[in-house]
Design a protein. Structure first.
Length: 400
């Protein structure tokens, strides 16, 4: 039964900031729940979906109360459009999570192929016996020790997005971490003080083009996350080029949806339990909804809607900032690969895309080489943003 939402005065900037952080986290967790058949993570997505419903309600009320003149109403229309799109992202992420909870099914063969193809997102609760309790993430250096980085935490009903090195872990904190598959067990044993066991389903039949299906699903995940991130970037920088890139990603998602649906229809003749394919159809539909919602956010820039200053503040003051940095001539990082630079470890910033001359490189890999004049679109912590800007700038001259 749906609970009644009671109105409480809230700052619209804080509402939008939390909606942005929550919707981005939901996309990541929802796909991970499906890829790794994790019901615990799926349940967390539904908790966040309920939270988004409340935030959306308050965003609409706050926007209506804030408009006293036509000019104010026009600027606040952008806020309502972003709030509406964020809710659509949330609902679609919830639908993806329900693929796991309602056991709509994915082919066991596909599940078995996933772990080698993508980073893992895991959920673990800290035990009172854990050596992690009472220490900060900076002291623990979990990414160095386990390869896993904590992307969010839940403490009772409160969420901490993009926790930094000063964040202290407490008993019964629920950690969400991302990294290589082999790091999951190490982190789990450190946090839960228990043996970790993951069951990988054994393939039953050899499906045609299985690798192609795995690639499409992972591409859908990456494109969905990138589209949402770039959409917020387009608004933050009021950048028409980035907004157009979101349009391109939306069109790309349409093609991937058609491709996955075709694969499902072809593969149905090889599977006795065709219910195992229903989840993929739901995944394709929900992925398209997410990219469409990202396009709605970017549409604000494309239609030149004047933005209320509070909207810019909300995005800029998000727990996870989005920044745009150009690599200047003679910067120390020129000629080095992202793998060499280890930007996520050294700065806490994740490179979402690179603009090079008149083209974009989406989700750049570890082997991607940084070139002079590259424009990096990155997200991460505010401290990390400062470090990244320094790395892309001219090196300081030593005093003679």
């Amino acid at each position: 039964m749906t609970e009644e939402i009671e109105y409480q005065p809230m700052n619209v900037k804080d509402i939008l900031k939390e909606m942005k952080d929550t919707s981005e986290l939901m996309v990541d967790l929802a796909y991970s729940a499906v890829l790794y058949d994790d019901e615990d993570i799926a349940e967390e997505v539904l908790r966040l979906e309920e939270k988004m419903d409340v935030l959306g309600y308050h965003a609409r009320i706050a926007a209506m109360l804030g408009a006293r003149r036509v000019e104010e109403a026009e600027m606040l229309s952008g806020i309502l459009q972003i709030a509406s799109a964020a809710e659509k992202v949330s609902n679609a992420a919830g639908d993806i999570a329900k693929i796991v909870l309602k056991k709509l099914g994915l082919p066991p063969e596909l599940k078995a192929a996933i772990p080698e193809a993508e980073e893992t997102v895991t959920r673990v609760k800290t035990s009172s016996k854990s050596s992690l309790v009472g220490k900060t993430l900076g002291e623990l250096e979990l990414e160095t020790e386990t390869g896993m980085r904590v992307i969010a935490m839940r403490r009772d009903l409160d969420w901490i997005y993009a926790p930094d090195k000063k964040t202290m872990l407490m008993r019964d904190d629920v950690l969400f971490a991302k990294g290589p598959d082999e790091g999951v067990g190490i982190l789990y044993e450190l946090a839960a003080v228990d043996k970790y066991q993951r069951k990988y389903p054994a393939p039953q039949v050899l499906l045609e083009d299985l690798d192609k299906a795995v690639d499409m699903i992972i591409d859908m995940k990456n494109v969905s996350e990138l589209a949402v991130g770039l959409a917020y970037s387009a608004v933050l920088f009021y950048n028409v080029e980035i907004a157009h890139e979101v349009e391109i990603l939306e069109a790309k998602m349409d093609e991937m949806k058609y491709g996955l649906e075709h694969w499902v229809l072809v593969s149905a003749k090889h599977i006795d339990e065709i219910d195992h394919l229903r989840g993929l159809l739901h995944l394709a539909i929900s992925s398209e909804v997410i990219s469409d919602a990202a396009d709605e956010i970017a549409d604000i820039v494309l239609r030149d809607i004047e933005l209320h200053p509070v909207l810019m503040l909300a995005i800029r003051e998000s727990d996870e900032v989005i920044t745009r940095v150009t690599v200047v001539e003679q910067a120390e990082i020129i000629g080095k690969t992202l793998g060499d630079l280890r930007l996520e470890t050294e700065t806490g910033m994740f490179i979402m895309a690179i603009r090079r001359s008149d083209r974009w490189i989406y989700s750049p890999k570890a082997k991607t080489v940084i070139e002079r004049g590259d424009t990096l679109i990155a997200r991460g912590t505010r401290d990390g943003e400062e470090l990244l800007i320094e790395m892309c700038s001219l090196p300081e001259l030593e005093p003679s």
